[in-house]
Design a protein around this ligand. Structure first.
Ligand code: PPE
Length: 310
């Protein structure tokens, strides 16, 4: 992991090595934080953050679901992110805003604890490997079910909730797979440990819906839009586990993973074991949108103003 010089912490820029919290930080003990994952791409118009507003909006929604008042406005966080990228001299990077309950009373009622915010960025390569993005990854269905609406908040991107993904990821990797696919409470397909999922059969794209305990992916929104614009039908519905190996094509999407095809599930090839034509067509347009090569989706990029060199 390539680090940065500076981290933004509660309104100030501090050196990477000085960005510290107290050991009694509430979020460290109880997972009471919410975060985002965003990417900034090196485009012709300058470094540009993909769907920045949507990510900051989701951060606010995640906070609301855990009774946290945002300590900074969306506009303040947007400007802080711009300045952070500019001051670190990045052309492209991964961005991690985190809003969390800080040091204060111990115990489970967090409402008296301060809500703090940081933004970090670093250079992060292909999450599931360059090879995976190109030729597809091997996944297994996890023995862990995805967290559900009746015990946690699947629609909140909350720190503590990621213990679920951590268990599934460890299990998958220890048993020789690159990624885990989690089922929801009812045994329907939900998503990967950090990606939404799409199943294609006979030219129709199906993806689990918001009632399947998914995280409402920003890239999912973009993929659905691109697929529709390319003339494909996208259906949001329950997806049965068996539809994965029986699909013609399956792929995943997420900020870190971008669009990654799946070539195998539970040791069964998907289609002919290679990324299929619809996956490829969507991936190509999506990559163009991310990297600022698309006129049509140019409004999805928030260009970072870089001050002129003096
Ligand atoms: N589901 C989960 C559980 C998830 O964590 C992500 C993002 C998604 C779906 C896709 O959401 P979106 O990025 O808005 O399209 N996972 C983030 C965290 C990865 C990590 O290892 O940390 C990410 O991709 O940034």
């Amino acid at each position: 992991m390539q680090t940065a010089d500076l981290i933004w912490m509660n309104g100030e820029f501090v050196a990477w090595e000085d960005a510290k919290v107290h050991v009694l930080t509430h979020a460290l003990h109880y997972g009471t934080g919410v975060f985002e994952g965003e990417r900034c791409y090196d485009t012709e118009r300058g470094p540009a953050i993909f769907r920045h507003d949507e990510h900051l909006e989701r951060l606010e929604r995640s906070a609301k679901l855990y009774y946290m008042d945002m300590p900074f406005s969306r506009e303040q966080l947007r400007e802080a992110t711009h300045e952070l990228i500019a001051r670190n001299g990045f052309r492209s990077c991964y961005i991690r805003p985190l809003v969390y309950r800080g040091h204060g009373p111990m115990g489970l009622n967090p409402l008296e604890n301060p809500v703090e915010a940081i933004i970090a960025c670093w250079e992060w390569g292909a999450y599931l490997g360059e090879e995976g993005k190109k030729n597809g990854i091997r996944a297994r269905v996890s023995s862990w079910r995805r967290i559900s609406d009746d015990s946690l908040q699947p629609l909140s991107k909350a720190s503590g909730q990621y213990l679920n993904s951590v268990l599934a990821k460890i299990e998958a990797q220890k048993s020789g797979y690159e990624e885990a696919i989690l089922l929801d409470d009812n045994g329907h397909v939900c998503e990967g440990t950090g990606e939404n999922i799409y199943v294609i059969r006979d030219g129709v794209i199906a993806t689990p819906c918001v009632t399947n305990s998914i995280l409402w992916g920003i890239n999912r929104m973009s993929i659905i839009q691109i697929a529709n614009d390319l003339g494909y039908e996208v259906v949001e519905r329950d997806v049965a586990r068996a539809e994965l190996p029986l699909a013609d094509e399956v792929f995943l999407s997420g900020t870190a993973a971008e669009l990654t095809p799946m070539r195998e599930v539970d040791d069964m090839p998907i289609g002919d074991g290679k990324p299929g034509p619809i996956t490829r067509a969507i991936q190509e347009v999506f990559e163009d949108a991310l990297h600022g090569r698309s006129e049509r989706y140019a409004h999805w990029l928030d260009v970072v103003p870089i001050p002129a060199q003096t």
